[in-house]
Design a protein around this ligand. Structure first.
Ligand code: FES
Length: 163
């Protein structure tokens, strides 16, 4: 678990304070919004934010983790990088099906699984809402457009090198 700086912890605290003082219901939908807001600061959900979230939303680490696993755009601290590829019609017209197969073969796992090296989780989504710029994919929160396997391979290799 990463030890965050005081300033980073303060950011988490400020976000939680906002939800505490707001008139929003402290239900699962608000919890998801809160998680997304925390992630926008860190690019993942820090484990150190869990105690405050648990207290505020009267929830548990298991529920937070299950929400993170259920929502493709949420990223767990220390978890594999989410490689989310578009499988929508417009991207399929541009060869998304073959692209997805090439990525599966390169990472040694199928969509829904985790790569052999444990660094990537492969998922698809039926549209990433940038259809004109397909083929599209996201790695964690970073969008990539007009992709093909030749462009993606060095990006994967760089992530592997920097692990
Ligand atoms: S179909 Fe791929 S972004 Fe819409």
């Amino acid at each position: 678990m990463k030890q965050h700086s005081e300033q980073e912890l303060l950011k988490i605290q400020n976000i939680l304070e906002y939800y505490k003082d707001s008139f929003l219901p402290l239900d699962q939908q608000t919890l998801i919004t809160c998680l997304k807001e925390i992630q926008s600061e860190f690019n993942y959900i820090p484990m150190e934010s869990y105690p405050g979230i648990i207290e505020l939303f009267n929830t548990s680490p298991q529920i937070i983790k299950s929400i993170i696993h259920r929502i493709p755009s949420l990223i767990e601290e220390g978890g594999p990088h989410l490689l989310l590829m578009c499988s929508g019609e417009r991207c399929k017209e541009k060869g998304a099906y073959q692209f997805i197969q090439d990525v599966e073969e390169y990472l040694g796992c199928k969509v829904g699984g985790i790569s052999k090296d444990g660094l990537f989780e492969l998922k698809t989504q039926s549209c990433l809402r940038r259809c004109a710029l397909g083929k599209n994919l996201n790695i964690d929160t970073t969008p990539y457009t007009e992709m093909n396997f030749e462009k993606l391979k060095p990006i994967i290799d760089t992530i592997r090198k920097n692990k």
